[in-house]
Design a binder for this molecule. Structure first.
Ligand code: MD3
Ligand code: FE
Length: 206
């Protein structure tokens, strides 16, 4: 399997998961979403809703609302139930790509409809940045953009396809990044247009 260093700290693994593996994982995610329904996070202070809907797998999940802002918690914000477990293939993804000696604690599941976007942001809600973030894309392709530690640093764009994985460590761990657009109808994996992105993270220091 090829791995390409795109930028310092960013390793790209095109086609990390084959089609059969993607289909099995989508079935696992369907079951997880029945147990932990997609929710729409809202921005701290303004309460503006995200265009991306989310859920989580694992011991901890990322959530956000107007009143309490961005945070990790062990339970679903609407049902109060613990998050479903991570499927074994995601543990394998983390073990193969993170190079980190302790397991991932959180898997954020992002669902993009054809109009959804994610603005440039940093991931800095974790207690530790020593582990990389590992991401896996499923379904329609998307235009991903990554810059540097400062919002005004130059950015570069990459088209992510279903099955592609990326690792963001070292100096890239605090890089600004986002999703500019989804390309509807570019994958046959999902029954409808849209994209799923999974991000695996270590939240606490081991
Ligand atoms: C670079 N998700 O969930 S994945 C997110 O496609 C997020 O849903 C996007 O940004 C998505 O926070 C991008 C790629 C990604 C994820 C986390 C990173 C890139 C990253 C953390 C640090 C640096
Ligand atoms: Fe992010």
């Amino acid at each position: 399997m090829s791995s390409i260093m795109l930028l310092p700290g960013v390793v790209y693994h095109p086609g990390w998961l084959d089609r059969a593996g993607q289909e099995t994982l989508v079935a696992d995610l369907r079951a997880a979403v029945r147990a932990a329904p997609l929710f729409t996070p809202t921005m701290p202070r303004t309460g503006k809703p995200f265009s991306v809907r989310m859920t989580n797998l694992g011991r901890l999940g990322w959530v956000s609302d107007k009143e309490r802002g961005y945070r990790y918690q062990g339970t679903h914000p609407e049902t109060g139930a613990p998050w479903p477990p991570m499927p074994a293939v995601l543990e394998r993804l983390w073990n193969e790509l993170s190079g980190f000696p302790a397991p991932a604690e959180a898997c954020l599941v992002n669902f993009y409809d054809p109009k959804a976007r994610m603005g440039l942001h940093q991931d800095r809600d974790e207690e530790t940045f020593e582990a990389p973030v590992v991401s896996l894309s499923l379904g329609d392709a998307a235009l991903f953009r990554i810059g540097g530690r400062n919002r005004k640093d130059p950015t570069r764009s990459i088209r992510l396809e279903s099955g592609d994985a990326l690792t963001f460590g070292g100096e890239a761990r605090l890089a600004f990044h986002g999703i500019d657009r989804v390309y509807p109808g570019t994958s046959t994996l999902l029954p409808q247009e849209g994209r799923i992105n999974l991000t695996l993270r270590r939240v606490t220091a081991p």
